[in-house]
Design a protein around this ligand. Structure first.
Ligand SMILES: Nc1ncnc2c1ncn2[C@@H]1O[C@H](COP(=O)(O)OP(=O)(O)OP(=O)(O)O)[C@@H](O)[C@H]1O
Length: 353
């Protein structure tokens, strides 16, 4: 939840450019992103596969692959530019302690040979300076907080004795045990079935309030974040192309790429009506991109889209979109019909609520 006193960004990304060296060639994965994260908020970063979501969040905790590097820009955390960190020792001040990450595959973060209680307790001993009975009690409390019952028995069990959803809860408990300020959730529910997904999202929302966490969700599925995110940033080909409060993106988005993403939501799959689908493929990030990267796939592309990358245009104090369609001289364009109905219904619901 964003409160008045939390208007100052806790994390500020400025003009970030991230590149990878691959077989003697350079791939630009992040192409000049600026993004603020506010204390206590839940920000979702959405975009299709390859848009750069994972690379962006990995750069925040110093987990870029070895062939990747920050070419330009800054990442301010506590008034320090962490993008300048070069050695692992620097990142260890931040990773886990200040900024923790939960990934989609809990098995990779859990030790299969150790009881789960011990794994959580180790994180507590390391980060909260508790020992013995206190650390044990705190572990049991955390297990309860993440919705695990019969905690004394569960403490002694191994990861394979838990279901996928329960393992994800354990991974979340380990992340919280370090008392982080920011929790990054990288597709935390993708591997789970729909009911369990909803439960994990609800759990993350509850924990966010209880532990006063600031959260970043990354996902390719807009439907997943609808209920948990205060704000949304939409990524395409290494750029953020639209951001705003959840309602602004869901019911008043301006970028044709956001329209396309929304149109793929099952709620919009009106029978007999063809969905507004995104034809074509994303651009080759090894090559320099001229103009708006989405232009070749954009049914509303203007001539200028092929020549100049658009700036952000302001829609409201909190909502910005990077599309020439918002230029005062651009022709007026309406969202696809099925979306228009969805937008109207959403706004009516918001007004009534
Ligand atoms: N180690 C690497 N070497 C070369 N290219 C990389 C490397 N890691 C990522 N990339 C490239 O960077 C781009 C962004 O990848 P990223 O994994 O951030 O996308 P994503 O939006 O998170 O996708 P997904 O939803 O599939 O995880 C892609 O083109 C990807 O191929």
């Amino acid at each position: 939840m964003i409160t008045e006193e939390s208007k100052k960004p806790i994390l500020s990304i400025e003009n970030l450019v991230i590149k990878f060296k691959l077989h003697g060639r350079i791939l630009t994965a992040i192409r000049g992103i600026s993004l603020d994260l506010y204390k206590g908020e839940s920000l979702a970063i959405v975009g299709e596969s390859g848009s750069g979501k994972s690379v962006l969040v990995k750069s925040i905790i110093g987990l870029l692959d070895n062939n990747g590097y920050i070419d330009k820009g800054s990442i301010y955390y506590n008034d320090e530019d962490i993008a300048t960190y070069k050695i692992e020792k620097d990142w260890l001040k931040i990773r886990g302690k200040e900024i923790a990450m939960v990934t989609q595959d809990p098995m990779t973060s859990l030790n299969p040979l150790k009881p789960i209680g011990k794994q959580i307790e180790e994180a507590i001993v390391l980060h909260q300076e508790l020992i013995g009975k206190e650390a044990y009690e705190k572990t049991l409390q955390l297990l309860k907080d993440v919705g695990i019952h019969d905690v004394e028995r569960r403490y002694k069990q191994y990861p394979h004795e838990f279901s996928g959803g329960m393992r994800q809860r354990i991974v979340i408990a380990i992340a919280i045990a370090c008392n982080p300020k920011i929790l990054i959730c990288d597709e935390p529910t993708t591997a789970l079935d729909v009911t369990i997904q909803a439960q994990i999202l609800q759990l993350l929302k509850n924990l966010q309030e209880k532990y006063m966490l600031t959260t970043i969700f990354i996902t390719h599925d807009l439907g997943v974040v609808a209920k948990v995110a205060d704000r949304l940033a939409v990524m395409y080909a290494g750029e953020v192309i639209e951001f705003g409060k959840s309602d602004e993106i869901f019911f008043d988005s301006k970028h044709p790429y956001t329209w396309a993403l929304l149109s793929s939501l099952p709620q919009l799959g009106v029978k007999g009506e063809e969905l507004f689908s995104i034809k074509g493929t994303p651009p080759n990030l090894f090559k320099e991109i001229k103009g708006d990267a989405f232009a070749p796939r954009n049914p509303y592309a203007l001539k200028i889209d092929y020549e100049q990358n658009p700036p952000f245009f302001k829609v409201s104090e909190t909502h910005y979109a990077k599309t020439w369609l918002l230029h005062p001289k651009a022709p007026k364009v309406e969202p696809p019909e099925n979306l228009k109905a969805f937008f109207e219904e959403g706004r009516r619901f918001a007004n009534e609520g």
